[in-house]
Design a protein around this ligand. Structure first.
Ligand code: ADP
Ligand code: MG
Length: 334
């Protein structure tokens, strides 16, 4: 049983960035307006995320890291819809299988915070001989998740990581994506003990300001707002496009579908093709695109770490988006 769980966990979390992405999404789902992240050794030694969201009730802590524990089922009208999200209630369970996990949390109604330590899906004693029950402690509203020694019990996987700085740059990439996407949420991400911050945004910054913070003024000054929707195809999409004055060597695509950072080779190709008539040869765009599609039409089932998504009527939807981008680019005189 445990071996099976460990294998499953290892498939969900193959690198520190996979764990962090799940934790960021949990904080966003909890309504946080501030998300602070601290990293040690590219996340292998420490991944810590502190939010000011709803917090977790004391009575939910014992089962928090059991597989399929989720408070989010109400969001899904039926099982079919739920399944299209691939997996639910597996992130914390998986992390507890392959790392030392500590959760400190306080809800608005609780008069103290609670700290719980987990191993292999269950509450664990913080020190040998101690009780595994959550302990009351001081703390502000919200949740702090501390993940230490990722892959401590799968040494071969751990050894596969050569460079902490490579893992850290993958982490900054994902944090940067959410920092651009999440309106009203202040993000910070830094290495433990460092004063300079890898990512930092404020909760009041506009979308353009957030892009400026993460990607610089050169692109932020050359953005066009963009929006398209279609009722029969059940999607809406909004974003920011670089105009024909700006180009980079490689397409930067910040793609969100239903609030989750994903990849789509098909969308990337369509965007590049659309821009190719506006940009000099070898020039590529910066595009931030947030698409909302009826959840049951989206298939992220393939694999949680595989961020590549597919959705129903993909070709038609991509065509509509590409046509709208084309029109926008053509209408802006630069
Ligand atoms: P899922 O997000 O699919 O529900 P997870 O394993 O990621 O599964 O999280 C399990 C549950 O733990 C969530 O449904 C939520 O109730 C709770 N939870 C996790 N992280 C947080 C957080 N930062 N703030 C509040 N609740 C959280
Ligand atoms: Mg989650």
């Amino acid at each position: 049983q445990n071996v099976v769980n460990k294998i499953a966990a290892g498939e969900i979390i193959v690198a520190p960035v996979n764990a962090l992405k799940e934790l960021i999404e949990n904080s966003v789902d909890a309504g946080a307006t501030s998300i602070e992240i601290t990293i040690k050794d590219g996340g292998l030694k420490l991944l810590q995320i502190t939010d000011n969201g709803s917090g977790i009730n004391r009575e939910d802590l014992p089962i928090l890291c059991e597989r399929f524990t989720t408070s989010k089922l109400k969001k899904f009208e039926d099982l079919e819809e739920m399944q299209t999200y691939g997996f639910r209630g597996e992130a914390l369970a998986s992390i507890s299988m392959i790392a030392h996990l500590t959760v400190t949390t306080k809800t608005k109604d609780s008069n103290c915070a609670w700290r719980a330590v987990y191993a292999d899906g269950k509450l664990a004693p913080p020190k040998p001989g101690q009780s595994p029950d959550p302990k009351p402690c001081a703390g502000r509203q919200g949740t702090q998740i501390t993940v230490e020694d990722l892959f401590y019990n799968t040494p071969s996987r751990r050894r596969a990581f050569r460079s902490a700085s490579e893992e850290y740059s993958k982490i900054l990439d994902v944090v940067g994506r959410y920092a651009v996407h999440c309106n009203g949420v202040a993000f910070s991400c830094k290495k433990h003990g460092d004063t300079d911050v890898g990512v930092s945004t404020t909760s009041t910054a506009s979308l353009v300001d957030r892009i400026r913070r993460i990607h610089g003024s050169a692109v932020a000054n050359e953005l066009i707002e963009f929006e398209v929707s279609n009722i029969p195809l059940a999607f809406t999409s909004k974003g920011m496009l670089s105009n024909a004055n700006y180009h980079v060597k490689k397409t930067t695509l910040l793609l969100f579908i239903n609030g989750r950072a994903v990849e789509s080779t098909a969308i990337r190709k369509a965007i590049d093709a659309t821009y190719s008539t506006f940009l000099p040869k070898g020039g590529h765009p910066f595009v931030y695109l947030s698409i909302e599609i009826e959840p049951k039409r989206v298939d992220v089932n393939v694999h949680p770490t595989k961020r590549e998504v597919n959705f129903l009527h993909e070709d038609e939807i991509i065509e509509k988006i590409a046509a709208a981008i084309q029109e926008k680019l053509a209408s802006v005189d630069t």
